[in-house]
Ligand binder design. Structure first.
Ligand code: ZN
Length: 246
């Protein structure tokens, strides 16, 4: 019991640290910068940060959301991503336990979290992070099944996109969505992939109506639905059963 709690807290802290790295990915990948060099620096005044300015959550709180050198405001996105990543890691540990492929599931969802934030900010999905999420999702004991599920999910969505593009007379779905679908297929399998697609459409419905002109990024809703169905996989199957058989 106490051991469980210890490992859950450890997973949360690891998630915070990974979230710190995700912030670097979210900031630098869309700008085409290297994610390893140079070391973290203030995006405003370029002063390199000291290690104690880099502690997840705490540094942002202590510095009251401002750069220690130039007082420029630091986006609340930094602590938010760190916290979300911490919660994500803890939840996935509680779900899976200490299985050998847990780090890869963590990494896949972490990449999806980075994609979510990049899609929110730039309405774009970088291929490198997208493919990373897919590759990590494939590392599991039943990797052949996972690969088949990924191919079916990606292929299926590609065909739906092709068909709706023909009907609508314009590009209805990007290539990036197809890769995300592959990741979802690998993580969830069938029929839960369908539950997640359905759920993401439901989640996106109200924002899509509210922000009709601006357009709504879809990856955040796909990611949210994937996590929910992943955590509640048995309930998702029961839900589908009821939907089909009444
Ligand atoms: Zn600064």
């Amino acid at each position: 019991m106490l051991g469980e709690l210890f490992f859950t807290v450890a997973a949360f802290i690891l998630g915070l640290l990974v979230g710190s790295f995700l912030n670097v990915v979210i900031h630098r990948i869309p700008r085409g910068e290297n994610i390893a060099f140079p070391a973290s620096h203030c995006p405003h005044c370029d002063t390199p940060l000291k290690w104690y300015h880099n502690i997840p959550l705490l540094s942002w709180l202590f510095l009251k959301g401002k750069c220690a050198f130039c007082d420029a405001p630091i986006s609340a996105r930094y602590p938010i991503v760190e916290l979300l990543s911490g919660i994500l890691f803890a939840l996935l540990y509680i779900k899976l336990g200490a299985v050998w492929y847990l780090p890869f599931v963590w990494a896949s969802f972490a990449a999806l979290l980075a994609l979510t934030m990049i899609d929110f900010e730039y309405m774009a999905v970088p291929d490198s992070v997208n493919f990373a999420a897919l590759l990590f999702a494939l590392v599991r004991p039943d990797f052949i099944d996972a690969a088949i599920d990924a191919a079916m999910a990606a292929g299926g969505l590609y065909l739906v996109g092709l068909l709706s593009s023909k009907i609508a007379g314009r590009e209805a779905m990007g290539g990036a969505d197809v890769i995300v679908a592959g990741t979802m297929g690998a993580l969830l399998g069938f029929p839960n992939f369908f539950v997640a697609i359905f759920l993401s459409a439901v989640l996106a419905m109200i924002p899509a109506l509210l922000f009709r002109e601006k357009g709504v990024p879809f990856v955040p809703f796909l990611t949210m639905a994937t996590l929910i169905v992943f955590l509640y996989d048995t309930h998702a199957e029961a839900f589908l059963e009821r939907l089909v058989h009444g």
